[in-house]
Design a protein around this ligand. Structure first.
Ligand code: 5GP
Ligand code: ZN
Length: 142
């Protein structure tokens, strides 16, 4: 994609601090460095979001993530854990529309990354959950 910022990074038209690349993925430091070592893993092929992966590309991309995550963790003994985040769509905070996975090393409970899952479990009956389950299941394809 001509005007995609991450495609330009793949083609080395925009410089990046690349930590790993092969024929399928490129992993480079996120310019924002939400926490030190914050890395993006992207497929070299331009696809916008998770909804556009075929099983082969999904398997190929995800198969690279654990070794990249391990290398980041091994780079600093202060790293205690890691959030892997993938935003899809503007509503879900996606700002660059070339699919990417954020690897965010975690140092302390009060470092610069936070995520909130509200607990709404008391608002759902078993029937409500069954309806959601069957509706989603009806749409499972490849
Ligand atoms: P999103 O908000 O789409 O999930 O994440 C996009 C990420 O891309 C942001 O965290 C942002 O800091 C990062 N980013 C945007 N432009 C560039 C760039 O030119 N170089 C690098 N390395 N990261 C970028
Ligand atoms: Zn792209």
């Amino acid at each position: 994609m001509k005007d995609c910022i991450f495609c330009k990074i793949v083609r080395n038209e925009i410089p990046s601090y690349t930590i790993y690349e092969d024929d399928v993925v490129k992993a480079f430091l996120d310019i924002s460095q939400g926490t030190p070592g914050h890395t993006l893993v992207i497929p070299k092929k331009h696809i916008a979001n998770i909804f556009e992966y075929d099983p082969e590309l999904a398997a190929a991309v995800f198969s690279r993530i654990p070794k990249i995550a391990r290398a980041i963790k091994a780079s600093n003994p202060e790293i205690k854990g890691m959030n892997i985040v993938n935003n899809n769509g503007q509503i879900a905070y996606q700002s660059v529309f070339h699919s990417h996975f954020h690897l965010v090393p975690r140092y302390t409970t009060h470092d610069d990354f936070a995520m909130i899952f509200k607990d709404n479990s008391n608002k759902y009956t078993p029937d409500d959950l069954k309806k959601i389950q069957t509706t989603i299941m009806a749409h499972i394809g490849d």
